[in-house]
Design a protein around this ligand. Sequence first.
Ligand code: NAD
Ligand code: MG
Length: 389
Amino acid sequence: MKRISIFGATGSIGQSTIDLIKRDQANYDVVALTGGRNIAQLADDAKCLNAQIAVTCYDDELPALRDALAGTGIECAAGTQAVIDAADRPVDWVMSSIVGAAGLTPGLNALKQGATLALANKESLVTAGPLLMQTARDHNATILPVDSEHSAVFQGLVGEDQAAVERVIITASGGAFRDWPLADLAGATVEQASAHPNWDMGQRITIDSASMFNKALEVIEAKEFFGFIPSQIEVVIHPESLIHAMVGFHDGALMAHVGAPDMRHAIGYALHWPDRKHLPVDRLDFSKISQMTFRAPDADRYPALPLAWRVMETGGLSGAVFNAAKERALDGFIDSQIGFLDMARVVEKTLDRVDIGTDGRNAPADLDTIMAADAEARAKATEIMKAVV
Ligand code: NAD
Ligand code: MG
């Protein structure tokens, strides 16, 4: 029996993970499930999977969670600290699928007790890559990528010498506005940005796909996880989302990972790694795929993307600042405080204005220092947003 916990169980990745677990329930002992305000979903899944504990990150949802789980013997808890504490419970495998930097501390705690961390929460690698990787090494824990592009690169590297890698090409769908006239982007609404052409995901990552902040995060994630240097990483728009990433070697060979756009592949790969097991994803029929197309991302349409290289070159706390400013700018866009294109402006200005100590640029900063940079960036981005409108 594999003991598992799922952080962010009620979200898109969490639900896809639960779908896989439910198909093979006898092999899993579910310890903790965490969620937010979707108490009915959280309680249903906790009951169905017979979890030890269900946790909502919102204090005021505790009575509802208690009611929903009354008489089941399943423990319940609420609040940010309760989510973090749930990660102290020993397990073999943890799905890290909280959205945003809130996923960082639970992920670190899971690593500290030696669990394998299946990492969908890319924000934790962007915010604290060196700390996360060092914590895994210190505790003999494993991190497995769940982002589809990074899972694809990881699979492309199996059996290869990473020193033979020349480049990696991460594909991007181009998001909701890839074919819009540029002049219309400034007026794009939240609803329009929340409709992804290929992937069914949470709202925040869907909007980040339209702006390509998601791809910028993924570029940084690739550097932090695999140790690639910034000039080795390329992004290409591939509207069909069939190739997830390519690894290019010194001999000119390219290994492409091809598959249907269904996150259950990357989640299932991390769940069964190092084995491969049957997964319920569509099999591609190449006789019906008429074409795969590619084009370069253009900086006028996607001003967020080049910021990733600035962050990687700067190092230090710039990843924490970049992610936190992005989270605030996204809040601002969702709350109609700023326009779609203002998000990149706010993040760029925040990077200009927060003092990013670059001493020991790529040495792991401690969690307190990282959280202080995150808080300062959020405050600065909030201030900048007021000036933008
Ligand atoms: P989602 O919005 O659907 O779900 C987010 C989950 O996190 C929910 O369970 C929510 O209750 C919980 N949560 C939100 N804020 C929280 C907080 N402050 N504290 C504790 N819990 C909180 O998001 P998603 O699309 O499932 O994405 C989750 C993560 O996976 C993100 O980091 C995203 O970038 C990454 N990811 C998602 C996909 C995808 O296909 N959805 C693909 C690759 C990577
Ligand atoms: Mg991705």
